[in-house]
Every structure is written in structure tokens, then in C-alpha cells.
Design a protein around this ligand. Structure first.
Ligand code: PLP
Length: 728
């Protein structure tokens, strides 16, 4: 069939729109390179190359220093490395042959048939809408757990050949970066990342011009262009308002992820929800399911309905049809995290909506109200998503219960247990999060192709027969690696703060040691995460750190820029560590928690500590990442850990308590000290003649065997396919 310019493209998962743009971007990049390195330019544009150890290794070998300086960004590496270095790499036939072998194996992966799953097929994919995606550190458009989960799900879909398309925004300034000043206060700054300098391709039409869609926002027809990321076999489309036709305000909208200004955020959510649905139409994508990951994109329901009305449906039928396609995952048990907007704010940004839909202002608002008709009630994004979706779920068993309680008034005629919100517990993408030393051990013992069978408990049975020394050697290697990383970053940060050189040399991480029991606490620093619990009883904390059997802490996390309370907690924590002289060096704070920092810490820490005030932790996923690396969890029995902890595979802090908040904090702190001093420390240092802590390794094995199959993304994707995406 002739391709008539301007005709609608036909999209299918095996030949997604934008594929040729990705190939063209790789070709243009290769023009700067010696010919034999063209294979690296092609690999650079496929994110699947970077969830294999070999891919990361290959790019690092070209120029390790530049690779780390440019945040593992392969496009920048190939553009910025000195020509002499590139020429040397091009002449390294072994390196080039390995790259070609990787490309062949990725090609074989990517051309396997896609799954058909009851209504979901390569030309009727699942469209996954999320305001952030954490794919790899080279693409900084994520803030934390939500985005990392979205990235992990896309990667798993590619591995399994599940037809899924991601829809998000390209934020030129991404999320904020963190520096701690000399007084311990968090400072934020943003870095500009032009999209042509990351592995993205601008989607163009038959004429080679950028494909665009328009979305009316604040009275302006905002023009959006579309970037495509090749997440292995899956496409992630990212909308970008940085176009010359747009006003400065409109261009600003896709600059900062979770901009602090509410009106900007609402406009961003509208770009994603309304614009994302328009982009699908423009690319010829007909999704069988539109998955709203968190409520930010909930306005999508109005655009789906508008398209239905345009094709001749009544407004009621169009809203029903939209609802039939939407599914929703809620992630936020904290009421303040569920955003809502007053009618004035809504009409300021989206004044055109009611008229386009043929609905009254009240009818639009009622879609997002707990009590329709209550004119004082704002429009809640979570409510809109719950009302607008055929299925809804939380992200752990407890979170499902909490969500049913939180939203029961939406279903006034039902008992709480009948509220139609189920749960699917989160998981993590194993190839991304299992560090090479651990992966090598399991590759040796779990059999060919075990990663594909990771959700099967039988796959993990042979863990018990692995020689203890092998696991212990891997643990030692990963811990040493994390300590080196923390020391390097700790010293760099101290130099930036202009601290005295003698002090930096004496304490700049110098007394963190590679063979000491290492406890990790790394997460978003909100008050309910209780970083301050650790040092709340100063004397007991000092006792712990001064004990003959040493422990050391690695701490990381960002406080929200407007959350002064969390910043104060961070300042107190760093101050209390810094003032205890002989404690100095037993704790390291790693600035700017992101995918790179998380990767090192979850691999290196022996114990992963999580102390949320229950039931505020929807799921938590960093503990799962630690578990896959042989880390042991010591956490409040909330979120995923309440399901996972069985007494043999880690330590749990009971969540039930009927006292006041301060009383609970005090109790929990004492429990943590008690478990650390009486169980964790002795078990870690109880060694056999060859220096292996037998009991400790036994616990690592129990943790992998029981939780490996349950908290991998393979299990999570399976569950979404069976329970949410497919039509039974
Ligand atoms: C996994 C991850 C998170 C989420 O971890 P939680 O356990 O939910 O706190 C946040 N940030 C980064 C960078 C991560 O990799």
C-alpha cells in the first residue's frame, strides 16, 4: 500500500511509530565515529543494552572516566570522548566483536513474537501513563519509587514480549539535585538535559518534520512534540512543549518534574492526560487498556470521552466506553499526596473542557468528587481516576485495605470490604537491580535461563546448596564497592563545601571500612519515614556505634524542596553524627539519591533499614532490591515487608500499637536498638574458621528462596496481566 503523506500511521508493537527515527538518530551519531564503532551508536539508543552487565561494561571500557562523568549516558560518551580514545577503541577488535555479539543477542530477543493476552495484542497494546519514568540514570526524568517502578515494568514487558507502550513527559530540567551546605541544610539545583543529548529520537512524519499534537491549556493551543525512547522492545513516548510556537509559560510546563507551583503541575497533568491520549491517536495507537499509574494522568478520561463523542457516541456512552478502557493503580496512602483542585483552579487551566464534552461545569467536576453535587468540593485526581476506571488497585495487601478505607465514601452503599479496590504488590526488575557479583553466583547455580523463570519458587530451590563461601565473597565484594563509592562521594561533597582539607582527609569517609557490618537507610526524606528514629536515643545510638563489634551506616535521601520539616530532620541527623567525635566516619551521607546511588547502596548494604510510621508505606521497593543482592531487611511490618517477613528471612518491627505517636516512635526506636544489638550484630560477626558467618548466610539464603520469586517484576507483570489487563 502506498504511504500517503499525512495519512494515519498504523502502529504495532513490532513496528512502532518512531522506530525509523531511532535508527536515524543512531546513524547520525555513528557519522562522528570511526566506522567500526557504528555498532556502539546503535546500542546507545536501545536501553535494553544497559540492563545487561555486558552492555554497561562495553561502554565503560571505551573510556571509564568519561562514562562516569557523563552519568552513563552513551550518546554523550560517544559525542564527548576524545577522538584518539575512540580510534583506540575502534582498533580493539575484541571490544567491537563483543559489541556485535551483544547486538545480535538483543536483536534475537527483540524479534521474538509478542504475547497475545486476552484482548491485549501487538496492535492493541496496554498504554501505561505515568508522570515519571526511571529507566536508567542517563534519562533523568524520575524522582523516586513511582518512576522506578514504571521503568522496571516497561523493561520487564520488553523482556517478556508483552505489548506495552509508555506515555510520559520529557522534563528538560528533570528532578532537583541535592547538595548539603556547611550547616547541614539541603540546597536544590536543576540541570538542563537537552533531549538530543540523551538516547531519545524525535518522532517525525513522512516529510521528516516533527510530529506534533495540540492541547488547549490556559487558553493557549500548546504544541507538543514527541520523543521516543526504545526501552528494548517497548516504546516510551515523551511529550515536550519546548516548541517555538509556544509561549514562554507553555514551554516551561515540561521543564521540572513535580514543579512546586500547583497551577504548573495541573497543566502538566493535563498535558500528560489529555495530550497523551491525543498522541496515541496521532501515532495510530489503539490501546486495549489505558493504565493510569497514580492519578496524575486522570484527565485522560475526558479526552477518551471526547474522542468517543466525536465518533458519534452520546456523552453518557462515551464516558462509559472510556471507563471500560481505563485501569488505575493508586500509590498514596497519605491524604495530602492525593491532589485536588478547586473549580476556579481547574477552569483557569482547562476552561474549554465542559464545552468540548457537551457537559456542564458541574457534571465535569462531579466526575472527580466524592459527593457529586457538593459544590464546595474540589476535583480530586484520585477520585477522578477511581470513578473513571473499570479496575483499581493498591500496591500491597495492607495498602489495598488502607485504600478501601480511605475511599469507601465513594461507594456509600457498600461495606468497606466490598469497595472495588484490590491490590497487586510491587516488584522490581531483577536484571536491573541484581549487581554482577550476586548475578554471577546465581548464574552458576540456578541453571540456564533462570531469570525468565524467576517467578517460579522452584527456580530458587538450589539457593540452599550454594556454598556459603561463594555468597559471602559476593557480599564482601559488593560491600567494598559501596564503601568506596560512599567515600569518594563523601570527600567530593566535603571539598565542594570548602571544608578544611585536614578534616576531610581525617574523616572524609576514611573510617568507613569495607568489612564492617553496613546498614543502609536510603529513601525520600519525608517525616513519616522517620530517619530521626535512629539517633533519637543518643546514648543507645552511641553505644551501638562504639561497640567493639562495629556497625556503620550509609544514609541517602532527598527532602521535598518545600518540606522544611524534613530538611530539619536531615540537618539534625547529619549534625548528630558529626558532633560525636568517635562516631565520625561510622556513618556516611551520600548526596543526591538517584538510580546510581540506589544501585550501589542496595547492593552493598548488609542490612536494609526501613522505619515508616505504619500504615504510610504503600509498598516500598528498595528493600526488594536489597533482598536480591543478599541484603537482609530490618523494617516495620508495613507495605511489602508485612507480607514477606516470616521470621527466618529478616527482622520485623510490629506495626500494631495503640499509644500516641511519640510513644510509638520511642517504642520502635528501642526495638530497633534491641534487634541490632542482640541479633543482627552478633549474627554478622559469628564466623567459622574460614571467616564465613554461617548463620548470616543461612538467613540470606532463606531471604532469596522465599522472597526471590515473589518480589521480582516478572511476578508483578504476570499478576497485572491476569487480574487487570486481560478480559476474562
Ligand atoms: C527504588 C527506589 C526508590 C523507592 O524505594 P522505597 O523503598 O519505596 O523508598 C526511590 N528512589 C530510587 C532512586 C530508587 O531506586
Amino acid at each position: 500500500m502506498m504511504n500517503i503523506p499525512g495519512s494515519k500511521p498504523t502502529w504495532t508493537a513490532s513496528k512502532p511509530v518512531g522506530m525509523k527515527d531511532t535508527a536515524r538518530a543512531a546513524e547520525l551519531l555513528s557519522m562522528r565515529l570511526p566506522p567500526s564503532l557504528a555498532v556502539f551508536a546503535r546500542l546507545a539508543y536501545d536501553f535494553a543494552a544497559f540492563w545487561s552487565t555486558e552492555g554497561r561494561q562495553l561502554f565503560a571500557e571505551i573510556d571509564p572516566h568519561t562514562w562516569s562523568l557523563c552519568e552513563n549516558n552513551p550518546v554523550r560518551l560517544l559525542s564527548e570522548t576524545q577522538v584518539s580514545t575512540l580510534v583506540r577503541a575502534a582498533e580493539n577488535t575484541e571490544l567491537v566483536a563483543r559489541a556485535e555479539a551483544l547486538e545480535r543477542s538483543l536483536h534475537a530477543e527483540h524479534t521474538r513474537p509478542f504475547t497475545d493476552a486476552k484482548g491485549v495484542s501487538p496492535d492493541r497494546p496496554v498504554a501505561f501513563f505515568c508522570s515519571e519514568f526511571g529507566i536508567y540514570q542517563s534519562l533523568p526524568i524520575y524522582s523516586g519509587g513511582l518512576g522506578v517502578l514504571a521503568g522496571d515494568l516497561l523493561k520487564e514487558s520488553s523482556d517478556r514480549g508483552f505489548p506495552m507502550v509508555g506515555m510520559g513527559l520529557y522534563y528538560r530540567n528533570g528532578y532537583f539535585h541535592q547538595q548539603i551546605d556547611r550547616t547541614g541544610w539541603q540546597k536544590e539545583f536543576w540541570i538542563e538535559t537537552p533531549p538530543h543529548r540523551v538516547p531519545l529520537a524525535l518522532v517525525t512524519d513522512e516529510w521528516g518534520l516533527p510530529k506534533t499534537v495540540r492541547v488547549p491549556i490556559r487558553g493557549e493551543e500548546v504544541v507538543l512534540q514527541i520523543w521516543r525512547a526504545a526501552v528494548g522492545r517497548c516504546s516510551l513516548y515523551l511529550l515536550d512543549s519546548t516548541r517555538p510556537e509556544n509561549s514562554l509559560v507553555a514551554r516551561w510546563l515540561t521543564h521540572r518534574l513535580y514543579d512546586s507551583e500547583r497551577e504548573v503541575r495541573l497543566a502538566q497533568y493535563a498535558l500528560l492526560g489529555l495530550g497523551g491520549v491525543r498522541v496515541m491517536a496521532a501515532l495510530g495507537i489503539t490501546p486495549s487498556v489505558v493504565h493510569l499509574n497514580e492519578g496524575h494522568a486522570a484527565l485522560a478520561i475526558f479526552e477518551l470521552a471526547r474522542q468517543g463523542i466525536e465518533s458519534g457516541l452520546s456523552k453518557e456512552a462515551a464516558l462509559r466506553a472510556a471507563r471500560e478502557r481505563l485501569v488505575f493503580t493508586t500509590h498514596t496512602p497519605v491524604p495530602a499526596g492525593n491532589e485536588s483542585y478547586s473549580p476556579e483552579q481547574l477552569w483557569q487551566v482547562l476552561g474549554h473542557l465542559p464545552e468540548e464534552l457537551g457537559l456542564s461545569h458541574q457534571e465535569v467536576l462531579d466526575q472527580g468528587r466524592i459527593h457529586p453535587g457538593d459544590e464546595g468540593e474540589p476535583l480530586g485526581l484520585t477520585v477522578l481516576a477511581l470513578r473513571g476506571s473499570r479496575k483499581a488497585n493498591g500496591v500491597s495487601k495492607i495498602h489495598g485495605e488502607v485504600a478501601r478505607g480511605m475511599w469507601r465514601s465513594l461507594w456509600p452503599d457498600r461495606d468497606e470490604a466490598e469497595v472495588p479496590i484490590s491490590h497487586i504488590t510491587n516488584g522490581v526488575h531483577l536484571p536491573t537491580w541484581m549487581a554482577p557479583p550476586m548475578r554471577e553466583v546465581l548464574d552458576r547455580h540456578l541453571g540456564q535461563g533462570w531469570v525468565e523463570r524467576a517467578a517460579d519458587p522452584a527456580t530458587w530451590k538450589p539457593v540452599d546448596d550454594i556454598p556459603d563461601g561463594e555468597i559471602w565473597a559476593a557480599r564482601n565484594a559488593m560491600r567494598a564497592n559501596a564503601i568506596e563509592f560512599a567515600q569518594y562521594h563523601g570527600m567530593s561533597a566535603a571539598l565542594r563545601r570548602s571544608e578544611a582539607l585536614s578534616r576531610i582527609e581525617a574523616t572524609g569517609g576514611g573510617s568507613l571500612a569495607p568489612d564492617v557490618l553496613t546498614i543502609g537507610f536510603a529513601r525520600r526524606l519525608a517525616k513519616y519515614k522517620r530517619l530521626d528514629l535512629l539517633a533519637s536515643d543518643g546514648l543507645r545510638f552511641q553505644d551501638l556505634l562504639r561497640a567493639e563489634q562495629h556497625v556503620q551506616f550509609l544514609i541517602a535521601g532527598k527532602a521535598h524542596p518545600l518540606d522544611d520539616e524534613a530538611k530539619q530532620i536531615l540537618r539534625n541527623a547529619t549534625a548528630s553524627l558529626a558532633t560525636i567525635d568517635d562516631v565520625m566516619g561510622h556513618a556516611g551521607f551520600v548526596e543526591d539519591y538517584d538510580l546510581k546511588v540506589a544501585g550501589r547502596l542496595v547492593a552493598g548494604c548488609d542490612v536494609w533499614l526501613n522505619l515508616p510510621r505504619p500504615p504510610m508505606e504503600a509498598s516500598g521497593t528498595s528493600g526488594m532490591k536489597s533482598m536480591f543482592n543478599g541484603g537482609l531487611n530490618l523494617s516495620v511490618l508495613d507495605g511489602w515487608w508485612a507480607e514477606a517477613c516470616d521470621g527466618s528471612n529478616g527482622w520485623g518491627i510490629p506495626a500494631e500499637f495503640d499509644g500516641d505517636e511519640a510513644g510509638r516512635d520511642q517504642r520502635d526506636a528501642q526495638i530497633v536498638y534491641e534487634i541490632l544489638a542482640k541479633e543482627v550484630v552478633p549474627l554478622f560477626y559469628d564466623r567459622d574458621a574460614s571467616g564465613v558467618p554461617r548463620g548470616w548466610v543461612r538467613m540470606i539464603k532463606a531471604s532469596l528462596r522465599t522472597n526471590g520469586p515473589r518480589y521480582c517484576m516478572t511476578r508483578m507483570l504476570d499478576e497485572y496481566v491476569r487480574k487487570v489487563y486481560s478480559r476474562s
